[in-house]
Write a protein that binds this ligand. Structure first.
Ligand SMILES: NC(=O)c1ccc[n+]([C@@H]2O[C@H](COP(=O)([O-])OP(=O)(O)OC[C@H]3O[C@@H](n4cnc5c(N)ncnc54)[C@H](OP(=O)(O)O)[C@@H]3O)[C@@H](O)[C@H]2O)c1
Length: 401
């Protein structure tokens, strides 16, 4: 059917390319391009014999002209951006210049401000609409599947949605004293930022990791969950009409929190440059260099993830509750594609979003978040491509725990 340009060659890109190769009738050819071409080649080598043709390219995606040149040469139908959030705007500019559809899994962040907001990418709405091309933002798991779960609940089960609690639990153990499951710089910026949630039309801010509950998760058991700000809250507060409260929760072990506190206390998580032996370094980037590479966690990680949405609202005049979630096993993911479940749960939805766009199922000119499309074909594809979901119509509510 067509060609996809995949940018980035980390844990998520590895999954995207493996999953695209499972659908060769849609992804006939892939160009995998990233800063370090060896990483692209390593992924390609794992897929020898695939019906999808794969080529690799060296690319600095911070440079729009380089991206434009590669797009003009390869002529993809879509660009799948699984590099870092810092590259979102340069890649969107290149898509606009060449008239090619765009997809990513994380919203733009300026490197020097640890803050995520959709405003920079939503500012492209009119330009994408005028160019007749689609940008699909946040087609990973969270953001991504969590938004699709909410859209599905709204379409099939509720007349009004009042509250949403997104719970992201990782019950996996990699055996290291401290490591992050995806890019450490992006991950630590997210966790050390202030918490924020939406209530009655307002955003309420909380100190980092200051709100904690215990929740008992299917196939994982009871875990400490902490309130964080997460980017899908911003789009869901707009797109789920009438919603009164949305919160996001993530699990961290006591061990993880203790390590993080020490690193914060000694200044290692700072993004302010410091002088070291005559040159400027950013402590968080140095920390990234000494922590285990998330891609190396795959073979060591045992256990499961459980990510889903607990929703309350009204149907036919009566109160209703609904919990929809996916459980994913780290070792099964590794056996299938050579990555752990965090990369897997992000890469599969990126492939599905790209597939639906290439098939013309999810296609309209402009810039959209996932919940703005019909959730049904995506939900069906999740079951088919490795992320089956479960439903519970009488879940324990977080405020009852
Ligand atoms: N929505 C979700 O559920 C979710 C969950 C997890 C992650 N994510 C997002 O997924 C993305 C990828 O995560 P990951 O864990 O795969 O990260 P990763 O392992 O750090 O990989 C990032 C890749 O991007 C490449 N890259 C960085 N800067 C580049 C540039 N200027 N030009 C070209 N390539 C560049 C890196 O190149 P090098 O190899 O040279 O460093 C690396 O190959 C991130 O944006 C992350 O925020 C989303």
């Amino acid at each position: 059917m067509g060609k996809a340009l995949v940018i980035g060659a980390g844990g998520v890109a590895n999954v995207v390319v493996h999953k695209c190769c499972q659908v060769p009738e849609v992804f006939e050819e892939i160009c995998l391009a990233s800063r370090t071409i060896k990483k692209c080649q390593d992924i390609k080598d794992k897929l020898t014999g695939s019906r999808t043709k794969i080529r690799v390219a060296q690319l600095d995606a911070d440079n729009t002209d380089e991206v434009i040149t590669l797009i003009k040469d390869f002529k993809p139908d879509i660009v799948i951006n699984v590099a870092l959030p810092y590259q979102d705007l340069t890649i969107m500019d290149a898509c606009l210049a060449t008239g090619v559809d765009y997809l990513d899994t994380a919203n733009y962040e300026p490197p020097d401000i640890p803050k995520f907001e959709y405003k920079w990418q939503w500012a492209y709405r009119e330009k994408f609409a005028a160019a007749g091309i689609t940008a699909l933002l946040g087609s990973g798991f969270d953001p991504g599947v969590t938004g699709i779960f909410c859209a599905y609940a709204q379409k099939h089960y509720f007349d009004e949605i009042h509250t949403i609690d997104i719970v992201d639990a990782n019950g996996g153990d990699h055996g290291y004293p401290f490591a992050t499951n995806f890019n450490p710089e992006i991950n630590i910026r997210e966790i050390t930022a202030k918490g924020r949630y939406f209530k009655n039309g307002e955003w309420i801010e909380t100190d980092p990791l200051s709100v904690k509950k215990v929740y008992d998760l299917d196939e994982i058991g009871p875990k400490n969950i902490y309130l964080l700000y997460h980017e899908e809250l911003e789009s869901l507060a707009l797109n789920i009409k009438g919603v009164k409260q949305i919160r996001f929760w993530m699990t961290f072990s006591d061990n993880y929190i203790n390590h993080l506190k020490v690193l914060q206390n000694v200044g290692m998580t700072s993004i302010e440059p410091i002088e070291y032996e005559g040159r400027q370094i950013i402590p968080l980037q140095f920390l990234k260099a000494v922590l285990p590479d998330p891609a190396s966690l795959g073979p060591r990680t045992k256990g499961k993830t459980n990510i889903g949405c607990i929703i309350q609202g009204i149907k036919d005049g009566k109160p209703k509750t609904y919990y929809v979630y996916n459980v994913c096993d780290h070792q099964e993911c590794f056996a299938e594609v050579g990555s752990q479940a965090i990369s897997y749960t992000t890469g599969v939805p990126a492939m599905i979003g790209a597939m639906l766009m290439m098939q013309g199922v999810w296609k309209k000119p402009g810039v959209f978040n996932v919940e703005e499309f019909d959730p049904d074909p995506f939900m069906e594809a999740l079951n088919k491509y490795g992320l089956p979901w479960k439903e519970d119509f009488a879940p324990t509510l977080l405020d009852e725990e």
